[in-house]
Design a protein around this ligand. Structure first.
Ligand code: NAP
Length: 282
């Protein structure tokens, strides 16, 4: 690894964790190079391999965010990792998903973890986050007309703050040796029902917020009707199915273990982001 001027390529560099990670790395002396199709330091498109070599030039570590809203990408990622190794990347931190090893066959997430584990000239760390809290503050699970609509059958999830994911990612990229081979399951400090989430958002925003525990298949059909690709249904079914069957993420101590500070609570997150639900300008 080049100790003179470490440079980290941050894929998904304009996204929820990537943008926060770039800031954290810059504050800690590593040059971040954000990559995305638009609005990042370098233009990078998974579907345009011509954009890959320039993105990797001079880079020795990588934050890997695989193509989003898809389930089949292992070959594409393997080709990119081959190129990254040749370009001099020596550590990869992979943004995976909670319980990735239990993902259904049709989802390539475990295949990417296995690919990384098989590479001998790069070390790697795997981050497996629960559902991120930011889903409720942006267009993933928005509050629409005072209602959060998602299937859970009363199940719980230890929602995690993207800031905490980025903080853990930063530690792994700052000291790859210390985190080589690590798999971190990143969660918030408490498993919450969606109703509890709605109550907290109502409390910090001062507006009524309720929760509609919609049927799982009806919700998935709604997502497909709204333009989500049919291939992605398997992912939506897996993610929501875990909660519906009572197997949602449960709190781990991994964020505190890596960063030395407790994971953010949903209330702390909600207070920090109250404007997302009040519509007030920042
Ligand atoms: N959301 C959750 O609750 C959650 C929980 C656990 C794990 N995850 C995992 O986290 C990862 C990121 O998901 P997210 O929803 O949080 O997204 P995100 O990181 O907020 O946004 C996606 C990023 O990827 C970039 N991107 C999209 N398409 C691209 C393409 N074809 N080529 C290059 N860059 C592209 C986007 O910028 P451009 O559009 O400008 O390219 C953006 O920077 C996914 O693998 C997801 O499975 C998500």
């Amino acid at each position: 690894m080049n100790k003179e001027a470490p440079t980290a390529l941050v894929l998904g560099g304009t996204g929820r964790t990537g943008s926060l990670l770039a800031g954290a790395l810059a504050r800690r002396g590593i040059t971040p190079r954000t990559a995305a199709r638009r609005g990042a330091d370098v233009r990078f498109d998974w579907d345009d391999p011509a954009t890959h070599p320039d993105a990797l030039d001079g880079v020795d570590r990588l934050y890997l965010v695989t193509p989003v809203m898809r389930v089949r990408y292992a070959d594409q990622v393997a080709d990119f990792l081959d190129l990254a190794e040749t370009a001099g990347v020596r550590h990869v931190t992979f943004l995976s998903t909670y319980n990735a090893d239990q993902a259904p066959e049709g989802i390539d997430i475990a295949a990417v973890e296995a690919d990384l584990a098989s590479r001998r000239s790069v070390t790697h760390s795997v981050l497996r986050p629960a559902w991120v809290m930011q889903n409720f503050a942006d267009d993933h699970l928005p509050v629409v007309d005072g209602v959060i609509t998602a299937p859970s059958d009363g199940g719980t999830e230890a929602f995690v703050d993207a800031e905490d994911i980025a903080a853990v990612a930063a530690e792994t990229l700052l000291d790859p040796e210390a985190h080589a081979g690590a798999v971190y399951s990143l969660t918030g400090p408490e498993a919450l029902t969606f109703r509890e989430v709605a109550d907290t958002i109502a409390s910090v925003s001062g507006r009524p917020v309720s929760y509609d525990d919609i049927d799982q298949e009806a919700w998935i059909n709604g997502a497909l009707a709204a333009g989500v690709s049919a291939d992605y249904a398997v992912m939506l079914r897996w993610l929501t199915g875990a909660i519906v069957t009572g197997n949602g993420a449960t709190p781990t101590g991994d964020i505190e273990k890596v960063t030395g500070r407790p994971a953010t609570t949903f209330r702390e997150f909600a207070e920090r982001n109250a404007r997302a639900w009040t519509g007030e300008a920042s």
